[in-house]
Structure formats: C-alpha cells, structure tokens
Ligand binder design. Sequence first.
Ligand code: M6R
Length: 608
Amino acid sequence: MCGIVGYIGNKEAKPILIDCLKKLEYRGYDSAGVAILNNGEINLVKSKGRLAVLEEKLNHIKVEGTMGIGHTRWATHGEPSDVNSHPHISKNGSIAVVHNGIIENYIQIKEFLAGKGYEFRSETDTEVIAHLIEHNYDGDLIKAVLKTLNELEGAYALGVLSIDNPDMFVAARKDSPLIVGLGKNENYIASDIPAILKYTRDILILEDKEVACITRDKVDIYNQLGEKQQREAFRVDWDVSAAEKGGYEHFMMKEIFEEPSAVKGTISPRIKGNEIELDKLTITDEMIQNCEKIHIIACGTAYHAGVVGKYIIEKLARIPVEAEIASEFRYRDPIINENHLTIVISQSGETLDTFMAMREAKKRGSRTLAIVNVVGSSIAREADDVLYTWAGPEIAVASTKAYNTQLSALYLVALLLARKKGLLDDGMYHQYLDQLQQMPDMIDSVLNKREQIQKFASQHFNAKSIFYIGRGLDYALSMEGSLKLKEISYIHSEAYAGGELKHGTIALIEEGTLVVCSLTQDQLFEKMVGNVREVKARGAVVLAITCEKNASEVAKIADSVITIPDVDSVLAPIVAVTSMQLFAYYVAVMKGNDVDKPRNLAKSVTVE
Ligand code: M6R
C-alpha cells in the first residue's frame, strides 16, 4: 500500500532516498516523507501530496546525513496530511519509523501507551510503533524492535532508525514486502527491487517476522527469538530500463507495448520440443487424474484473468472450475478437499486478500499453484508450486501486460491438464501450441491499430457511462475492459453478459450510450450480432471488437470496428484485451487524468 526505503552508506542520503521513492510512488502517492540522521539529530521532512511536493520542500532545506529512511503513503488510518505522513517519531524524538501495512491491534496499544503518558500527534496506526519501540528500548534497538514486533498484530514492513545508533538502522517485515539491497560500504532497504536496482543488484529477502540490522558494511538477520540467520543473496539480472519509462509518456503505455515480449517470455521457455514443460511443478499425473475441482482465486484484473481460466480449463481439461474473488472466498467457508487444486493469481504476489485466501485453501487440504509476476514475493514463497509470468516490473497502477501473461500461464496450465488427461489428440495439441506462440505477433498487430483506437477515444472521452458486453470468453474479456476504463478514466462502466442485458440493464441504454461489444467467439457470433442489434435499436453507439474475417459483416451494424487477427476463439482474449487497454488509456489521457497513478488507488493492495 505504501512504499518504504532506507539507506546507509557514505553518500548523502537525501537524493538517494528521493530517487528510490520515485520508483515506489506507484504504491502510494498521497503524501511522502524522509527522516535523516545527522550529528545526533533526526531531520524529519514530510508533506501531503505527491513526492514532487516533498522534493520541492527539500530543495529549500539543508538536510545532510548519510543514513535515512523514506516513505510514500497510501492513506489507511487518517486522511492524507503532513502530520499523518511518515516517518513517525517517538515521544522523546529519538526514534523514527516508516511502515507499510496495517497494525490491527493499534487501538489497544494506543490505550496502553496513553496510560503511560504517551501523546499521539497523528491518526495513524504507525505512530504507536514508534512510541512502543521507545517504551521497549533499554539501550538495544534490535531487542526493542523484536519485543515490539511480538506485541503487534497485523502486517508490517518497517524501517527504524534511532539517535542512539548513528551507524545502523533496523528493518523488519511480516506479510508486507521488504527487500535488502547490498552495496559496497552501503546498504539499502526497499519495498521492491526496482526501487534500488540503479544502486545494487544483490538482494536479500527477509522472511516473515525477521529483523535485519543494517550497517554500512554488513547486514545481520535475526529471527523472532533473536537468533542470527544465514541468508544467501541473489543477483537480479533484469535491465534497469525495465523500471524506467523509456521514452513513453506513461508507464501504462510502455507496459502495453511490452505485451508481445512479456507474453513471449512467459510462453516460449515452457514449450520444449512440442511439449509443455512447466518449470519444476510438483503436481503429479496422479494428482491431475484425481483432481475433482479447481478453484481460481484472485483480485481485480488477476481475477478477470481467472474468469478466462475457468472457461478454458473447463473447455479443454473438463475439470470443474470456480473462479472467485479472494476477499469473498476467504470468509465463505469454502468446500475444499485434498483432491482440489487452488490456483491463485497475482501480479505483485503481495495482495493480502489473495494471500490469505491461498492460506485458507491450504489449510483445508488443497494443493496450491501460484501464477505470480514478482519473483520471491510472499504468495510465490508460500504456494506449493509457482509459475512465474515473466512480464518484468509492472509500474502503472492499471495492470496490462500482467493480464496477458496471466492468461498465457493459464493457457499453458489448461493445455497441460488436457494433455495429461488424454483429452487433446496430437494434432489439436500441437495446433494450440503453434497458435499460442503466434500470440506476440497478433498482439503487435493490435498495437498497430492504436491510431484508430485513439481516434475513437477522442470522440467518446466525454461519455458519462460506457457498457461492455460479450458472451462466453468475450464476457470475461469485457469485465477486464470495463475495469481498465473505470480505474483510469473515472467513467462509470459495467460489463454484462450479452444474453443477460435484456433482463434489466438494457433499460439504461439510451440515445448515444456507448456500448463496447466483443464478437470474437465463433460459436456465439450470431447471438452477439443479435445483442448488438438490440442495443443499436435503443440508440446505442457501438464500438465492436471482432476478428478480421467478420469485419465487413460487423461493420454493417456497428458504428466503429476494431479488428484483431483471425485467432482461435479460445485464445482470443489474450489479443483482444490489448485493444480495450489502449481505448481506456487514450480516454484517460484525453480527460487529462494521471494515467499511471489514478485517484484513490495503489498498485499493491496489502490491506483487507
Ligand atoms: O497484484 P495483484 O495482481 O494481486 O493485484 C490485484 C488487483 O489489485 C489489481 O489487479 C488491480 O485490480 C489493478 N489496479 C487492476 O488494474
């Protein structure tokens, strides 16, 4: 939800902290702050608003020091304001804390501390951590942090510095991401790897409830009991430019343009000699034969990928699949047994609802397979098996390339299951594999239609409401198209199954209402043509998305047609979604919205 960084070394901390925070701003952008230790004093500068506001403030203040922590916030407790911004300082001013996560028992701790004379300046849950560490401190910061963590309930990634310890700071995590970056005579912490990639590629991952003591020349990691832990660093081999805009106006556009390579990177290494090989998956053939049901659990865009997964796994592998929103699954006492497989999907690998739903499924005996983008993330580490979507860092809050790669992974899983169950003959199987490998080129051809899509967006960016309709996989696709539009354009939008429209929603269609109709499914084409006619008859303006072979027929009934290459219906969503993402993008740009950081949202949702 928020982004945290920390630096200790021989360079000035201020520009490094700001630089790293710029890479984390996607995680939260309503306020920001830094605390830098110098000559026995904590220099605290924070402000409401985007990071640029803090940066401007810092340009006019002399803040020196070679150790500091920083934060960019997405408000949970208390409105965005200077005082609610992090870092938070303890009562006597000796300890500063940055935090990402939610402390569930902060009210009880607050009452306890109030009884001891602590006064609270902010409305945040984080402030209690600073005071509690001070309360537990008897000269050993590590011990004080460990004791404090024992008293906290909830999720946290923390950076802590204290006046008494000018040559070290402390980091800790539980259920919120935090990595340590190792440099030469300098070390870093950050909420994710891209934030510090410019400075180091050697990374340590902290496990839940571990505490790291970070000095200039070493990092010691302790478990909950204060016992020292051994940890191997790993080297990141991505290109630094993967986390830069690279000439594009927005990350979102850059990431849409990366879809062909991201899809290729997800599919190609897993097709070896005409067979699918899924990394080191430990699911046995026997488990597949005995699999009674699959649950696909995720949130937002990842959930929409899961809905596509349901259609294709059921169609190809004939295993019943339930696709479900993680926050619902968690609390509905789901019926699961050891012959069920649970697939969780998450770009960040940190979404709390998805993570907890996965734990719930595991607890009930199900095997878990995680389709995740961020390597080493919490979900990836806790699942029985992981299938990484090699999309590279996704920075824009609106998920784009992650969706196509999640679909790619789901197609691989569906085809593998179908193959193992003997449901696809060689011919069909190899035909699917061939087509799957053509996806990057097909997405490319949709990208080449961007000017046409931009023109259509320019005619409709003032729409009050936009409906998306489709049947079968086109319905699943419409859900994602509609979400993309609302989150960045702020236009009201709903996705409906074409056949369901007449049961109520069609009452909302009036003269000029824009309806985006997807007609990519051969089997349902005529039915959708009927639905297009129904909305046209009520005055709708129709933007149709269909395959080239149907373009002329659809052009007779729609106001505009965007064509995608002639692709097998089963694979169509992976190609067609790109046109919807581009449409949402151009509408948002024309409305003058902040495309990469839409209001009220954050990239990684680590609260319930
Ligand atoms: O990191 P995750 O894939 O678990 O995130 C799930 C959703 O929060 C995410 O897809 C969200 O809906 C995006 N803003 C959609 O663009």
